[in-house]
Design a binder for this molecule. Structure first.
Ligand SMILES: N[C@@H](CCC(=O)N[C@@H](CS)C(=O)NCC(=O)O)C(=O)O
Length: 243
């Protein structure tokens, strides 16, 4: 099996944390060789990473990959011991994925925080306010549900931590450039969780990779190379969509 991934991708980092925490050594982790080409978009209609390649076929969507890996490698489990525990783990993971990561991603796209030297803070104020409002109230919801012992739930790493760690990394690194207040600081339980989970070895490993990816991205922004990469990628996607 191969996991197609890159350092800065939070959705990929979620699966990498799971792979590290489970101690899986037979999954190669690589950047997709064809990424950004028309072939990539033809082969992979959603056109995103992570992708888990098995015998030449690829499974998309981080949540689907995470559940697949738990089924194929049940031990050590990153789920709970009962269906109720699993439901809570999956709820927390969905907060990380859909309620936090997805909105932060949209905010990054709207403001071009991870794509331009000068983020766009005017002309799209209502969208930025909408996404910022969602992030503020979703972080408040997480504050009421998050574990108080340094892990999201059950006092050990679960699929919930795998989704929440990259989500909080993105919140912390995207929000300052958008002019919005950081919702982590305003929520004591989330802030305490965030400080504690960073000491976990698997969280620390993906955070090192995410920071490395962020530095590489900042260099691409500084040099202006990001604009060319994006233009080529958009052209390839359009070409694939027209065939
Ligand atoms: N819902 C997807 C989201 C994946 C996603 O947005 N991946 C980003 C990288 S973190 C991507 O491939 N973006 C490229 C693009 O949108 O063209 C998942 O959970 O895997």
């Amino acid at each position: 099996m191969k996991l197609y991934s890159w350092d800065l991708s939070p959705y990929s980092a979620r699966v990498r944390m799971q792979i590290y925490a489970k101690g899986l050594t037979d999954i190669a982790i690589e950047q997709p060789r064809t990424y950004g080409t028309a072939k990539f978009y033809k082969d992979h209609p959603i056109g995103r990473i992570p992708l888990l390649e098995i015998d030449g076929e690829a499974i998309p969507e981080s949540a689907v990959i995470a559940e697949y890996l738990e089924e194929v490698y049940p031990e050590p489990s990153l789920l709970g011991a009962t269906s109720r525990e699993n439901a809570h783990i999956r709820t927390l993971a969905r907060i990380g994925d859909i309620y936090l990561m997805n909105n932060t991603f949209m905010l990054a796209v709207q403001t071009r925080v991870l794509a331009a030297r000068t983020p766009v803070t005017t002309g799209n104020e209502s969208i930025v306010a909408l996404l910022g409002g969602q992030l503020a109230s979703n972080t408040k919801a997480l504050d009421r549900m998050i574990g108080r012992d340094g892990f999201a739930y059950l006092g050990r790493v679960t699929l919930a931590d795998c989704a929440l760690v990259p989500a909080l990394f993105f919140l912390e690194n995207v929000l300052p450039g958008t002019g919005l207040a950081d919702p982590i600081a305003a929520n004591a339980n989330v802030a305490a969780y965030w400080a504690a989970i960073q000491k976990d070895e698997y969280a620390a490993r993906i955070l090192m990779e995410l920071h490395r990816g962020l530095e590489e991205r900042r260099e691409l922004i500084r040099s202006g190379a990001i604009e060319k990469i994006r233009a080529a990628r958009n052209a390839a996607r359009q070409a694939a969509e027209q065939t």
